[in-house]
Design a protein around this ligand. Structure first.
Ligand code: TXA
Ligand code: MG
Length: 350
C-alpha cells in the first residue's frame, strides 16, 4: 500500500485535504493524524474491520483496546451506555484535552474496538486537525498511538512514517505535537475514580474538580506480577528502546560520577553507550552519546523530548542507556511511568 503524506497547517487547514482524509476514514481506511498528546492512527470506531486493520498495521495484540475520539459532546451518548455525572463534570472541565475516560460501552461500539471489554475509552482531543478530521469523517475515530507496537509513541510525522509507511493510507503532518506523552486515563466504572495511566492531567487536578478522592491503579506500581494494571496496554513492555536501559537515582554529583564510570567501562568493552540527561546536566557527561530531554526547570519540555530521544537511541544502535531520573513536580508521575517502562523498571540507587 502506498502511504500518502500531506502537510496541514493546524491554524489554516486545507479543506480539500481534510475532506479527502475524512472520506478515507468513512470508507474504512486508516489515517494517521496529530493530536495534542501524540500522533494517533485513526479508523471508523463503529467499523470492526477498521479496528482489525489498526491492530494489523500496528502489530498490536487485539486484546488491547483502542481509545475512541469524538469532536462533540453529544457524541458521547452514541458511544457510552450511560454518561455518569462525574463524566459530564470532567468533560466540561478538561475537554477538549488530554483526558481519556473509561465508561460502560454502548452496543454500537463493536467488541473489536474495545478488545472484547464491555467498557470503552473516550476522549475529545484538543487539536484543530484531529477535531476537523473527526467532523469530516462523520463518525467517532478509534485511534491508538500511531507507532508499531512496542515502539515509543510518535511525537512527529517523521516518527509515524518510520513505523507505518506502506501500512496505512494517509499521514496528516501537522508538525510536532504539544505535550509529547499520551493522555491521562481515568476509569469511571468503579465506585471511586481510578487513574489507569498518568498523564498531563494529574490526579490532583481531577480531585480538585470532582471534590472526591482519586486512586492510582495499584497494578501500575506493583513491584511484582501479583497485581496487573487494569488498562491492558500498560502491561506490555511499551515505549521500549532496543538497548538495555537503567535509570540512575541519587545525589546529582554521584549520579554523574556513576554514569561517567559505567559509560566509560561499556565503551572500553566495545559497547555503544548513550546517556539521557537534561540541558542543565548534559555538559557533565564525558562518555558515550549524550542526549538531553530538555530543561529540567521546564517539565513540559522534558515530556516533549522523551519519546524522540528514545527513538534516537534506537536509530543510533546503542547497546546500553543510562538515564537520569526525572521526578518533576507536576507531570513527574507521567514522565517516570514512561521512563520506568522503557527501562523495564531497572533503577540503580547511588
Ligand atoms: O493520548 C492518547 O491517548 C493517544 C492519542 C492518539 O489520543 N492515544 C493512545 O492510545 O495513547 P493507545 O492505544 O496507544 O493507548 C490506549 C490505552 C491502552 O493502554 C489501552 O489498554 C487502554 O488505553 N484502554 C483502552 N480502552 C480501555 C478500556 N476499556 N479499559 C481499560 N483500558 C483501556
Ligand atoms: Mg500506544
Amino acid at each position: 500500500m502506498q502511504t500518502e503524506r500531506v502537510i496541514l497547517q493546524p491554524e489554516d487547514i486545507d479543506e480539500n485535504v481534510i475532506r479527502r482524509a475524512g472520506s478515507l476514514i468513512a470508507a474504512g481506511e486508516l489515517v494517521a493524524f496529530p493530536t495534542e498528546t501524540v500522533y494517533g492512527l485513526g479508523g471508523d470506531a463503529f467499523d470492526e474491520k477498521a479496528a482489525e486493520k489498526i491492530y494489523a498495521a500496528k502489530g498490536r495484540p487485539s486484546d488491547n483496546p483502542l481509545i475512541v475520539h469524538i469532536a462533540r459532546l453529544e457524541d458521547l451518548a452514541k458511544i457510552a451506555e450511560e454518561v455518569p455525572q462525574r463524566a459530564a463534570i470532567l468533560a466540561e472541565a478538561f475537554w477538549p484535552g488530554p483526558l481519556t475516560m473509561i465508561l460502560k460501552k454502548n452496543k454500537r461500539i463493536p467488541d473489536a474496538t474495545t478488545g472484547g471489554l464491555d467498557t470503552v475509552a473516550v476522549r475529545m482531543p484538543n487539536h484543530p486537525v484531529a477535531l476537523a478530521l473527526i467532523d469530516r469523517s462523520g463518525c467517532p475515530i478509534a485511534a491508538p498511538s500511531a507507532n508499531r507496537s512496542g515502539r515509543p509513541s510518535p511525537t512527529e510525522a517523521d516518527h509515524v512514517e518510520e513505523d507505518l509507511s506502506g501500512r496505512i493510507s494517509m499521514i496528516l503532518d501537522g508538525g510536532s505535537v504539544g505535550i509529547g506523552i499520551e493522555s491521562t486515563i481515568v476509569d469511571l466504572t468503579e465506585s471511586k475514580p481510578m487513574i489507569l495511566r498518568p498523564g498531563y492531567v494529574t490526579a490532583e487536578m481531577i480531585e480538585g474538580i470532582l471534590e472526591e478522592e482519586v486512586q492510582l491503579d495499584p497494578g501500575l506500581i506493583a513491584e511484582d506480577d501479583s497485581k496487573k494494571p487494569k488498562a491492558p496496554g500498560m502491561k506490555y513492555r511499551h515505549y521500549a528502546p532496543k538497548a538495555r536501559m537503567a535509570i540512575v537515582e541519587g545525589n546529582p554529583d554521584q549520579v554523574t560520577e556513576y554514569i561517567n564510570a559505567k559509560a566509560a567501562e561499556q565503551i572500553k568493552r566495545g559497547k555503544r553507550a548513550a546517556v539521557i540527561a537534561s540541558d542543565e546536566s548534559r555538559e557533565r557527561y564525558r562518555f558515550g552519546t549524550v542526549l538531553s530531554l530538555g530543561q529540567r526547570s521546564e517539565e513540559e519540555s522534558i515530556a516533549l523530548g522523551l519519546y524522540g530521544v528514545l527513538r534516537e537511541c534506537d536509530s543510533l544502535g546503542v547497546d546500553v542507556i543510562y538515564s537520569e531520573s526525572f521526578s518533576t513536580p507536576r507531570m513527574g508521575q507521567a514522565i517516570m511511568n514512561r521512563l520506568l517502562k522503557a527501562a523495564g523498571h531497572l533503577v540503580i540507587q547511588v
